[in-house]
Design a protein around this ligand. Structure first.
Ligand SMILES: Nc1ncnc2c1ncn2[C@@H]1O[C@H](COP(=O)(O)OP(=O)(O)OP(=O)(O)O)[C@@H](O)[C@H]1O
Length: 276
């Protein structure tokens, strides 16, 4: 699979001298579901802001579908990479929910009919149709988050990047969001989620990238989440499923399961008497 996101030796220092990214490199294959993990201050948000051209590399390169992100290409990149910010108050600002979701499609120069179709579809996807005429500032934080997600969906980006999307969503809201991400993934989108939720990363992602101090610590399949050295260095914890099996050394497992499916398959095996 071709890489749709390539980051090479990326450096970014904020005005106050904070070196947020210090030679970060990573590569994301087309159509993957990626969880980006790392301790507070690791540089996750700073990295995401580079992926849709909001920040430009001070040193190093970012390539989106082969196109280098720079001042000339940033506008086009913004329509290809949808970014859902960590804080919806940074993203939702129109006077009604409907206008807010329409903002991107209108700016893309789409016809009124197409804008209307996209707004309806995006609001339905996040189950916020009933709030269309409400001012966003009357909404709860979780509802604003859904509106911010709808605004990005309405632009139909090929790559969707979400910064802590589960924060402030209720359990049903989280399930709805996972369904939306699955649907987008089935349509061919590449999805990158920055999260602290190792259980979500273990069950949802097909690729995991772990960063620390502005550099990539590890990238690969989610089995990285049961590597003790990596978990320790990244201030993470083992997924709950893995914790259960790690507490049972008598099973003498060579590989520790980290998803419910893997655990269920292993337990069936044990119950059938094939192990232990
Ligand atoms: N506008 C800013 N000005 C100065 N420093 C900043 C700014 N934004 C972020 N930083 C600093 O840059 C570093 C990386 O921050 P960033 O928000 O990218 O980390 P993060 O991995 O997203 O963290 P978290 O998990 O807490 O959201 C941190 O040390 C942070 O304090």
């Amino acid at each position: 699979m071709a890489a749709v996101i390539e980051v090479e030796d990326l450096h970014y220092t904020y005005r106050d001298g904070t070196r947020a990214l210090q030679g970060l490199s990573l590569s994301i294959p087309e159509g993957s579901r990626v969880a980006l993990l790392g301790p507070n201050g690791a540089g996750k948000s700073t990295l995401l802001l580079h992926l849709n051209g909001l920040y430009l590399p001070q040193r190093g390169k970012v390539r989106i579908m082969g196109q280098e992100v720079n001042a000339r290409t940033a506008r086009e990149i913004k329509s290809r990479v949808g970014l859902v910010f960590q804080d919806p108050d940074d993203q939702v600002f129109s006077s009604t929910v409907g206008e807010d979701v329409a903002f991107g499609p209108v700016n893309m120069g789409l016809s009124a009919t197409e804008v209307e179709r996209r707004v309806q579809e995006a609001l339905a996807a996040v189950q916020m149709e009933a709030y269309r005429d409400k001012p966003p500032y009357h909404l709860s934080y979780g509802q604003k988050k859904r509106v911010a997600i709808a605004g990005v969906l309405a632009m139909g980006p090929e790559i969707i990047v979400l910064d802590e999307p589960m924060a402030y969503l209720d359990p049903q809201g989280k399930d709805t969001l996972l369904d939306i991400l699955d649907r987008l993934h089935r349509r061919g989108a590449t999805i990158l989620v920055a999260t602290h939720d190792v259980d979500m990363a273990a069950s949802w992602a097909d690729r995991v990238i772990i960063i620390k101090n502005g550099r990539t610590l590890a990238q690969g399949d989610p089995s990285l989440l049961v590597r003790e050295d990596i978990i320790r260095q990244a201030n993470l914890r083992f997924p709950l499923v893995a914790q259960i099996f790690r507490s049972l050394p008598e099973l003498q497992l060579k590989t520790v399961p980290y998803t419910v499916e893997q655990a269920a398959a292993l337990l069936k095996d044990i119950l059938a008497g094939h192990r232990v």
